[in-house]
Design a binder for this molecule. Structure first.
Ligand SMILES: N[C@@H](CCC(=O)N[C@@H](CS)C(=O)NCC(=O)O)C(=O)O
Length: 235
């Protein structure tokens, strides 16, 4: 089966967590909105008045299923491609970790858009500074400290033990993204989370991920996505 991934064509965004899972699995997929007339196909799917129309991208068409919400898509891909444990308890645990990643991703987004996603960054520069300060002082240590603790207590290789899961791929993306958005702050913080840095490197070295990262399927970070580099926020 060829999966259809629907996501904005010019950014990594939340679609990237799905792309990483599809790539690691070696799955056959098309990134629909990046192809000709793909954007209108995506909008049509969201406007559907029947079935299971998604509120927002990313969403995945898998045969007759249309699955929205990043963590929900990964729940599906995880169990179909060996990217999550087989037991119910294990699957729920990785889903729980992914939902926590989703919470963190929203907070990352809100560092540059604390007043609202529909307003321009230029109109919320000062609140963004304040929010970024609080984010790095309180929230980054709390979230990344939590994931680092989970990693350590499971042996330090991957979050659930010796086998990679989609949540590990997502943490790779978090480390990459924070390095892009706020390189100075991240460099200063990384000594606090050596295990997560090793996890990042381990994921980056996985053959399918390595090939993906050097391909043109990987969209470069930019200032339209979730991780944005604004110099004034990286002090
Ligand atoms: N909770 C959803 C959030 C989806 C979402 O916010 N998608 C963004 C792009 S990353 C979007 O296009 N939102 C449109 C909107 O909120 O109006 C998920 O994790 O997939």
């Amino acid at each position: 089966m060829r999966y259809e991934l629907y996501y904005w064509p010019d950014i990594q965004g939340r679609g990237e967590y799905v792309r990483l899972a599809l790539e690691e699995a070696g799955a056959d997929y098309v990134d629909v909105a990046r192809s000709d007339r793909g954007m209108s196909a995506m909008m049509k799917m969201m406007e559907a008045r029947s079935g299971t129309p998604p509120f927002a991208p990313p969403f995945l068409k898998a045969g007759r299923l249309v699955i929205g919400q990043t963590a929900n898509i990964l729940l599906y891909l995880g169990s179909h491609h060996g990217l999550a444990p087989k037991s119910e308890a294990g699957r729920l645990w990785v889903h729980q970790l992914q939902l926590t990643v989703a919470d963190f991703v929203l907070e990352i987004h809100d560092t540059h858009h604390p007043l609202g996603p529909s307003l321009y960054y230029e109109g919320q520069r000062q609140p963004a500074k304040k929010r970024t300060e609080e984010f790095w002082n309180e929230r980054v240590p709390k979230y990344l400290g939590y994931f680092a603790g989970v990693l350590t207590s499971n042996g330090g290789t991957y979050l659930t033990g010796r086998r990679v899961s989609y949540a590990d791929l997502s943490l790779f993306q978090i480390v990459e993204g924070l390095r892009y958005a706020t390189p100075k702050r991240m460099e200063a913080f990384e000594p606090e989370i050596p295990g997560l840095v090793d996890l990042h490197d381990r994921v980056a070295a996985r053959p399918n991920i390595k090939a993906y990262l050097s391909s043109d399927r990987r969209i470069p970070f930019n200032e339209e996505g979730i991780f944005r580099h604004y110099k004034e926020l990286d002090i």
